[in-house]
Design a protein around this ligand. Structure first.
Ligand SMILES: Cc1cc2nc3c(=O)[nH]c(=O)nc-3n(C[C@H](O)[C@H](O)[C@H](O)COP(=O)(O)OP(=O)(O)OC[C@H]3O[C@@H](n4cnc5c(N)ncnc54)[C@H](O)[C@@H]3O)c2cc1C
Length: 202
């Protein structure tokens, strides 16, 4: 089977490079993992981690998506950051500023479990590994941990303001850019924990 095309055809000027693929994967809280099951596409949200040009996925070894990839099946993984809503005077021209990555590859059982688990734990909260107990052999046996090369990947990015039809410019509708941010709220400590560790305070 041929390698899937990673050429962005619509707005090719919005194509990003390998650094943007990594940036989007690092910033996205989750990815969506697409597999084919009994002839149907299945796309499920998952946590992830990255170490160099390797993307890691993990979960219960019994999870459907890990049954799908047993033996190294092909997957498509996407991550998206919405940076802004772009509002125009016409309904038709509304858009979003975004950074997006698509990765194709063969999901293989992770060869370095320690690196894989650390990458996933570290992903959403840098510094977290230093604070927590690492998995036991038994916990690792219950976990499906997969790795994927970032070699067949693309990134696409839109920045900037509204793109209007000239004839719409005199319309009274509000137009402009509304930034979108994902922020962590104030931590709510569990019973019995003391002061928040530095990686939470910072
Ligand atoms: C933010 C987030 C992060 C997650 N991170 C992970 C992770 O790192 N690892 C992991 O293994 N799982 C993760 N999950 C859960 C994951 O999406 C699946 O639910 C999980 O893999 C178990 O699937 P399953 O084997 O029960 O279902 P499957 O057998 O894979 O799916 C059977 C059917 O269940 C339904 N289904 C399954 N999952 C979902 C869902 N999330 N939402 C709606 N319908 C669903 C679908 O209709 C699907 O066809 C995450 C979910 C969320 C929302």
């Amino acid at each position: 089977m041929a390698t899937p095309s990673t050429d962005v055809r619509r707005h090719p000027e919005r194509t990003g490079d390998a650094a943007l693929v990594r940036e989007v994967l690092d910033e996205a809280l989750i990815v969506h993992v697409g597999t084919v099951r009994d002839g149907w596409p299945v796309v499920l949200p998952m946590a992830h981690g990255r170490d160099g040009d390797t993307l890691y996925l993990h979960g219960s070894a019994a999870a459907g998506v890990f049954r799908d990839v047993r033996g190294g099946s092909r997957v498509c993984v996407t991550a998206t950051i919405v940076d802004a809503l772009v509002l125009t005077r016409s309904a038709f021209n509304h858009s979003m500023n975004y950074r997006c990555a698509v990765v194709y590859g063969e999901a293989l059982a992770a060869t370095n479990l320690d690196a894989a688990v650390r990458a996933v734990v570290e992903h959403n909260l840098p510094g977290r590994n230093a604070d927590v107990r690492q998995p036991t052999e038994a916990e690792l046996r219950e976990t499906g941990i997969w790795q994927l090369d970032l070699t067949t990947a693309s990134a696409k990015v839109r920045t900037g303001g509204p793109i209007e039809d000239p004839a719409d410019l005199d319309l009274p509708a509000w137009a402009g850019v509304v930034p979108v941010r994902t922020v962590l709220g104030e931590p709510v400590p569990d019973e019995g924990v003391t002061a928040a560790p530095p990686h939470l305070r910072d």
